[in-house]
Design a protein around this ligand. Structure first.
Ligand SMILES: [Ca+2]
Ligand SMILES: [Ca+2]
Ligand SMILES: [Ca+2]
Ligand SMILES: [Ca+2]
Length: 328
């Protein structure tokens, strides 16, 4: 049972590899892809979320490591990172340098993730991964389930059969030379379709299928809201204000041709906005947070002064600090 749960977790991870945070009743689900820098939301109910900046700046794994450090250790390591970001050794970090660093961090995170999943799914380290081998490894446990279990076991409203079908379609889109096997490069597009332009239609399709509950091939206002907001089922409770503003967003901006629905083109414009560079926006945001003298560049002192903006430490992560404290 436990082994199956692990496999199941892997399945879910692969299928929703890029989906945003778990939808809680009050929490908004974010469908916007385009080089998202972190699985964390940048703002939760208009409150700034420092974890987003830490993951954008360090990558998810490294951000977790920093959470274990004392403030002194944290500043120390950050100081070494600043030297790397300042690529022309001018002593100040410019917006361009910061943006380049954030992009580098993002690429590194994706490469690490792909390498990890490649070796898990390809233990013999072959040059290519065959769909049948991948399917057996990820979904093989299904063969040991009886029909009853198969019918009831579902994740996010999707049956395993549907998940396999969706994975196969994504696999075929990633398989550019059509030989049913994926090279490491093709496997990267399979795992991170949001990063590859030739995979855009798959990302749009999967998003539409998730939201289009009545399967009419378009997204109504009710489906749009129902996807991001799971509360409000009893008439008593008043819906949060962000839900009403999302209703306006849908009517005024998302449904461009004003026919009351979002079609494929409109969904694409929503989840893959072409005019927005997350790394650039994040670089600007970090400079704004730490630029004490307001000259639009950051010295090492300015960065270290605001180290909690860039990286975590026990001081900024109270929960971790308590856990550590218990060990002594
Ligand atoms: Ca291939
Ligand atoms: Ca629909
Ligand atoms: Ca429309
Ligand atoms: Ca400055």
């Amino acid at each position: 049972m436990q082994a199956r749960n692990v496999v199941k977790a892997v399945v879910v991870m692969v299928v929703v590899v890029c989906a945003a945070a778990k939808p809680a009743d009050e929490e908004k689900k974010n469908r916007v892809y385009n080089e998202k820098l972190s699985d964390e939301e940048h703002f939760i109910h208009d409150e700034h979320n420092p974890d987003y900046d830490h993951e954008a700046f360090l990558g998810e794994d490294e951000a977790r490591t920093f959470d274990q450090l004392t403030p002194e250790e944290s500043r120390d390591r950050l100081s070494k990172i600043v030297d790397r970001i300042d690529s022309d050794n001018s002593g100040v970090v410019t917006e361009k340098e910061l943006q380049a660093w954030i992009e580098y961090t993002q690429k590194r995170y994706i490469n690490d993730d792909v390498k990890r999943q490649w070796s898990t799914n390809n233990p013999e380290n072959k040059d290519m991964l065959h769909w049948e081998d991948y399917k057996t490894r990820v979904y093989g446990f299904i063969d040991n389930m009886d029909q009853n279990e198969l019918d009831t076991e579902e994740d996010d409203g999707m049956s395993y059969q549907e998940m396999i079908k969706r994975d196969k379609r994504r696999w075929e889109a990633a398989d550019r030379d059509g030989d049913s096997t994926l090279t490491l490069e093709e496997f990267t597009d399979f795992l991170h379709p949001e990063e590859a332009t030739h995979m855009t239609h798959i990302v749009v399709l999967e998003t539409m299928e998730d939201i289009d509950k009545d399967n009419d091939g378009k997204i109504s206002l009710a489906e749009y809201i129902g996807d991001m907001y799971r509360g409000g089922h009893d008439d008593e409770s008043e819906e949060p204000s962000w839900v009403s503003s999302e209703r306006e967003q849908f009517t005024e901006f998302r449904d461009k041709n004003q026919d009351g629905f979002m079609d494929e083109e409109e969904v694409r414009a929503w989840i893959i906005p072409s005019d927005y560079n997350h790394a650039e926006a994040e670089a600007k945001h970090l400079i704004y947070e730490a630029d004490s003298d307001g000259n639009a560049e950051l010295t090492k002192d300015e960065i270290l002064e605001k180290y909690d903006v860039f990286v975590g430490s026990q001081a900024t992560d109270f929960g971790e600090a308590l856990v550590r404290h218990d060990e002594f």
